[in-house]
Design a binder for this molecule. Structure first.
Ligand code: GLN
Ligand code: ZN
Length: 766
């Protein structure tokens, strides 16, 4: 008799620990402060605590409802290591039996000497980044890691029956890229036949240690941003699950498809031997699927949003389960996008807290809905009503809807989004700014030294007075300005020493936001961010950056560039309200920024940069949703920036070089100058800029700030010449790829000096 799928489950849980225990242990291991055995013990302890916690919150100990989804660094790297897909440049780390030790695993993740780590890229429409596997003809798939198997066994020993989780084979290959040695046109998905036997072997091994269900994550099936054509993806899915379904003595298979609708992949999975399918009923739906086609496959309804922090409408979630004919309930995605526990936030307003659900509260909600599925709606009516009451309270609470903010947004006209003719702006700016040919600048931040962080911490603890902290920051700004003057940079920045984070800093100064103490979310590896909570209507009480920028301008004759974070990025890196369209929230943030920009301009700041590194990140996975996203996101940037005079120069900065994907949107931002990453990809983006006919200022980065390496004068000269070869020279700016905050001073000074020297050399030649 096969065990039924549990009535309530989650697709995954935060892995970093509620006090970031894993981060601390991993970083201590990297620093040589603890041994591999000590790190393993810390990780095992964290897994044990997590299982106990989930059982306490209402998931069953022995019914496969607790996911076994730990990772030391990244789940995609884990899958690669499990199937033996280690890039050739790291083969020296692989032991004779094909396995890696922990040090080897981290070396692949983080690089070593000349051996660069795997490329990192965004995991679907989230702010989590995974390591891109590299697959080529040389990749020799084999079951090379037994970590997942050992973890299931570890759970069994401590009295649990958990459900192992691994990235599914189709998604694994779709997220991979062809390795360097692969021939032109090589598709990792072509290796499916070689990969499947390894998954088959893994399934059998998991059965041997007691797993009754296995979860294979296949989010790539919901995405249209995958370069392989859809028919090929569907054929691969059909083949993969026919083969895995035929493995003798395997666990039952649960395919989870978070981040959107499966659409035409759902019938393929329904027709396969897969026993359960996890559908995302928050971002996606079962539209067009008749319940009769479902047959006896278990539909696991992902109705609790794994990607936000709201308690939400529990009654509506239960309705969705009933409408979908779901016999099980889960989170729509893994809960690793959310912090651990609202109860870890003693400083948050209790009323706001009553509207929130972090991971632990979401597990509790799922346990409630599972009771409803088993015993009927009446059994959970009280909990449904309580959630509805909280929602009503939230709707009516002061600050959630602010009349003045709403009236202002409602009265906007077309003209508020437009700055007028670029040629006229260009002439006015040339006259006002009088910049040299190939103007040099930086992206905003200078190294955030230990001293700066210490001063901020002391100030937060009240051990450094407001006055002392301000004096400290001003001295820091002066140092950074003097340095830029000495090096000979044309457009000066203040270096952003007052900012802990480019979003949180603004959240702390705007109405409608709250910040958490322990709300950490994994961004990649051991890196965590603490997104702000955007819960109410956004308004600016007082100027935020004006004092810093005017102080900076008082120190130099050269133009100072004011520095703000754009509306889309503020939204993307916060937890946003779910009770109104994102477009409306974006316009509120834009209006607050518009006021800040007006104040900067009035204070004599002639150049203002509005960073939008997340513009690409929020791009919806489904093509049909992209145009409306680009309309409102571009619109909010324009609303923020269109209030200035022609002579004021608006800059924007985007952190990536996939310029081609959103070139049209970047053009529509209508910024006077756009800086982008380009050095790391050796100016690969230049042909895209040229063919797009982009006509305004553009600063393709000439210095890769992601590593401590100092680029030589010749190298930078070469990069500038590449840009000059294709882009009209009056458009070109010279700048690094991104902000310098993670760099040290030594390499920063040397690199910027070389950048300026290279620029002078090129100027002299032209
Ligand atoms: N102005 C910011 C900085 O220099 C931009 C950071 C970013 O693009 N992520 O740090
Ligand atoms: Zn950047």
């Amino acid at each position: 008799m096969s065990t039924p799928f549990p009535t309530g489950t989650i697709l995954g849980y935060p892995r970093i620990g509620r006090r970031r225990e894993l981060k601390k242990a991993v970083e201590a291991f990297w620093a040589g402060k603890i041994s591999a055995e000590e790190l393993e013990a810390a990780a095992a302890e964290l897994r044990a605590v997590t299982r106990e916690r989930l059982a306490t919150l209402g998931l069953g100990r022995a019914d496969s409802s607790i996911p076994e989804a730990f990772s030391y660094y990244d789940q995609v790297l884990d899958a690669a290591v499990t199937v033996g897909a280690v890039p050739t440049r790291f083969s020296r780390l692989v032991k004779e039996d094909g396995s890696l030790d922990l040090a080897g695993y981290f070396t692949i993740a983080r690089g070593e000497g000349q051996d660069v780590p795997a490329e990192m890229t965004k995991w679907f429409d989230s702010n989590y980044h995974y390591l891109v596997p590299e697959i080529g003809p040389e990749t020799n798939f084999s079951l090379a890691s037994d970590r997942l198997i050992r973890e299931v066994a570890e759970a069994t020993t401590s009295g649990f029956r958990t459900r192992p989780v691994i990235v599914g084979p189709v998604t694994f290959l779709l997220l991979s890229k062809a390795s360097e040695s692969a021939p032109e046109g090589y598709q990792p998905l072509d290796r499916l036949d070689d990969l499947l036997p390894v998954y088959a072997e893994l399934l059998a091994a998991l059965t041997a240690v007691g797993a009754e269900w296995v979860q294979l994550d296949e989010p790539a099936l919901v995405s249209e941003s995958i370069e392989v054509d859809r028919a090929t993806v569907l054929a691969a899915t059909e083949k993969a699950y026919a083969l895995l379904g035929a493995v003798p003595a395997r666990p039952q298979i649960f395919v989870a498809a978070p981040y959107g609708s499966l659409d035409d992949a759902l019938p393929v999975l329904l027709a396969s031997p897969v026993e359960a399918i996890g559908v995302d009923l928050v971002k996606g739906s079962l539209d067009g699927i008749s319940t009769s086609s479902i047959g006896d496959t278990v539909i696991v309804g992902g109705v609790i949003d794994g990607h936000n922090i709201w308690r939400g409408d529990l009654a509506a979630a239960f309705d969705k389960l009933e409408a979908a004919g779901a016999t099980s309930v889960s989170s729509s995605t893994s809960l690793f996008h959310t912090p651990h526990d609202v109860d870890d936030e003693p400083l948050l307003d209790p009323r706001l807290k009553s509207w929130l659900a972090f991971a632990d509260q979401k597990v509790d909600q799922i346990a409630t809905l599972a009771v409803g599925l088993r015993n009927g709606r009446a059994a959970i009516q009280d909990e449904l009503d309580a959630a509805t009451d909280a929602l009503t309270d939230r709707h009516n609470a002061p600050g959630v809807r602010d009349g003045a903010v709403r009236r202002r947004a409602a009265s906007l006209t077309e003209a508020d989004f437009s700055r007028g003719d670029y040629a006229e702006r260009l002439a006015a700016q040339d006259e006002a700014l009088n910049l040299p040919f190939l103007p040099t600048t930086t992206i905003g931040s200078f190294p955030q030294t230990g001293d700066i962080r210490k001063a901020r911490a002391l100030h937060a603890k009240g051990e450094l007075s407001e006055r002392e902290y301000n004096d400290y920051l001003k001295a820091e700004i002066k140092r950074v300005v003097d340095l830029q003057e000495e090096i000979g940079i044309d457009v000066i920045v203040h270096g952003e020493p007052e900012r802990n984070d480019m979003v949180q800093y603004f959240a702390e100064h705007l109405d409608g936001f709250a910040v958490t103490q322990n709300g950490w979310v994994q961004s990649y590896g051991s890196r965590c961010t603490r997104p702000s909570l955007l819960w109410g209507d956004v308004a600016r009480e007082a100027p935020i950056t004006v004092e810093w920028s005017t102080y900076t301008q008082s120190l130099t004759e050269k133009p100072v560039k004011g520095m703000l974070t754009g509306p889309v990025t503020i939204l993307a890196w916060s937890f946003v309200r779910d009770d109104q369209p994102l477009a409306d929230t974006a316009n509120q943030v834009a209006l607050a920024l518009r006021d800040e920009i007006a104040d900067l301009e009035a204070a004599g700041i002639g150049i203002i940069q509005v960073d939008e590194p997340a513009l690409r990140e929020l791009l919806p996975l489904k093509k049909k949703d992209q145009p409306s996203y680009l309309d409102w996101s571009v619109g909010s940037f324009r609303l923020a920036t269109a209030g200035v005079e022609k002579k004021t120069q608006i800059h924007t900065h985007l952190c990536y070089s996939e310029f081609g994907v959103v070139i049209d949107a970047i053009d529509r931002l209508d910024a006077d100058v756009t800086s982008i990453e380009a050095a790391r990809s050796k100016m690969e983006v230049v042909p895209d800029i040229q063919s797009s006919g982009f006509g305004r200022g553009i600063g393709p980065g000439v210095y890769d700030i992601h590593s401590p390496r100092v680029p030589s004068v010749e190298e930078v000269t070469g990069l500038i010449e590449i840009a000059l070869g294709s882009i009209p020279e009056r458009q070109i700016w010279v700048n690094p790829d991104c902000g310098l905050k993670t760099r040290g001073y030594t390499e920063t000074v040397e690199s910027l000096t070389n950048v300026v020297e290279a620029t002078l050399a090129v100027r002299a030649r032209h």
